[in-house]
Design a protein around this ligand. Structure first.
Ligand code: FEO
Length: 198
């Protein structure tokens, strides 16, 4: 058996021909360009969601809704975790994960209720985005990424549920009198249980 020689400019490895090198480089990642791109787009979307929740936290804090400020800060942290989970996956698969630029994040909101309306809209948009990604993965026959996305699709059940329940508090409690104060207190207590037993 021939001894394997490390490849250098002076002693090129006879086993690694230019043709093999080219194939290996192509195999750097099994992610297609399309899938790598949509994953990076989602990394950006999660970063924007995190920044948006932080802006909501700031607005609530400035307007005396301390409990909601804490709730949105926690949501911001969760979105960052989602971003990093996607980021790690792209890197682990040998792809190029792009650190996203986030700008033009809203600062002001029309009202306390409007903050929660926008939060629910954002979660619905994220769910739709993951659905489109899952669809793309199936079309590209990328079942590894499709499987990876299942965690996010399941997570969106909880994310939408909590955002919807929070907004419903405005109908159930009403904003008159001490209503807003009560809503603020109740928001962080919303919990999602995936069984009826809880
Ligand atoms: Fe990362 Fe709330 O979706």
């Amino acid at each position: 058996m021939k001894e394997e020689v490390p490849a250098t400019a002076n002693h090129p490895n006879p086993y690694v021909t230019p043709k093999i090198m080219k194939d290996l480089l192509r195999l750097r990642t099994s992610l297609s360009e399309t899938i790598e791109q949509i994953l990076n787009d989602q990394i950006k979307m999660e970063a924007e969601a995190s920044a948006m929740y932080l802006a909501m936290s700031s607005w609530c804090d400035r307007n005396g809704f301390d409990c909601s400020a804490g709730y949105f800060k926690k949501q911001a942290d969760e979105e960052r975790e989602h971003m990093l989970r996607l980021f790690k996956y792209v890197s682990d698969m040998g792809g190029r994960a792009v650190s996203p630029g986030v700008s033009n994040i809203q600062i002001e909101f029309d009202s306390f209720r409007n903050v929660f309306e926008q939060a629910l809209q954002q979660e619905i948009a994220v769910t739709q985005s993951f659905n489109r990604m899952a669809d793309k993965c199936q079309k590209e026959k990328d079942y590894v990424t499709f499987t990876f996305l299942q965690w996010f699709l399941t997570e969106q059940i909880e994310e939408e549920y909590v955002a919807r329940r929070a907004l419903e508090l405005f109908e159930v409690i009403g904003e008159e009198g001490t209503g807003q104060y009560e809503i603020d207190k109740r928001v962080p207590k919303i919990k999602y249980e995936d069984t009826y037993e809880g």
